[in-house]
Design a protein around this ligand. Sequence first.
Ligand SMILES: [Zn+2]
Length: 361
Amino acid sequence: MNELYAWQDELWHRWIGLRARLPHAILLKGPQGIGKLDFAMNLARSLLCKKSLGSELACQDCASCRWFEQGTHPDFRLLLSGAQSIEMQESSETQVSLILKSWAKRIAEEALDEQQKKGKKPSKEISVHQVRTLANFINLSTHQGGHRVVLIHPAEAMNANAANALLKTLEEPPERMLIILVSHKPQQLLPTIVSRCLILVAPMPSLEASSNWLQQQKYADPVAMLAQAGFAPLLAARLAEEATGEGEYGLFLQEIKQPAKFDVFTLAEQLQRIEPFHVIHWLQQWCYDLGSAKLTGKVRYHPYLADLIKNLSSNIAIFDLLRYQNELITAKREALHPLNPKLLFESILLSYRHMMLGADR
Ligand SMILES: [Zn+2]
């Protein structure tokens, strides 16, 4: 997500044209699955960046960009429903960038906490409480003396009370503040909200641009995938991940995080419809986090599982981990034309368990 999608260049120029006279609110609308949220995140990050020259993407290097990357920038707020934030934590990186996962983490934790304490299912709505917490944010002066940005996704997830509370803010917009509403279904928004927004229409990518992007993600048959997804490339990738089962990535995480318990052969079977390349990539990210947690106490790809990963990593011998990571590199080279994906999965998962339980041998 650090880069724009190839089909968003023109939209970016449109935004740059607006930047000199910043509107108070933008409604970014278009079909689901074409990268609107990533675009909005790029927009927010570049506006907060200390080095971006007004026409460029965020530098990714200044203090502001680093805070943004870690999900801690004091001048940015992201509003999502509890259900969506949990879904994001369990999505693969093709679907949800690490930056988004960091920002969604706190909302997901709160939703899970509520679920545990009160037995409430994570809500699919953005609540009035969430919108009201913006009031504090709005009334504070900006931390960095620059802009403040609020991003609401998707805006139609706000329930009626939440929408009315937001309307009050839009009626008296604070200085140097930008509210970005991202919407797949703008017809469901209050007309009084829409009329206060400057509207940006996110373009549908061409078939060629979509196919190229899917090919880069190592999908073999992009055109057929796109046809099933209304030609929205990100949605096509998500459907492809889901169609192969009940979200294999979630299942993979579920099992892999309890190395003493999981059944290697069952998991290998459950994963066999996924491209081996992807499964090995998941394992590589998981091992990266194990190593990083062990050496620095930090994780990169699974911030949501940081504590658990730290616990797991304390039992691993770093030499075993390095050896396993080498094994994955070799497997990835061979994975482009595996004779039998299931056997390949069994082999790398057995090695994984061997490494994880090494301390108990
Ligand atoms: Zn920067």
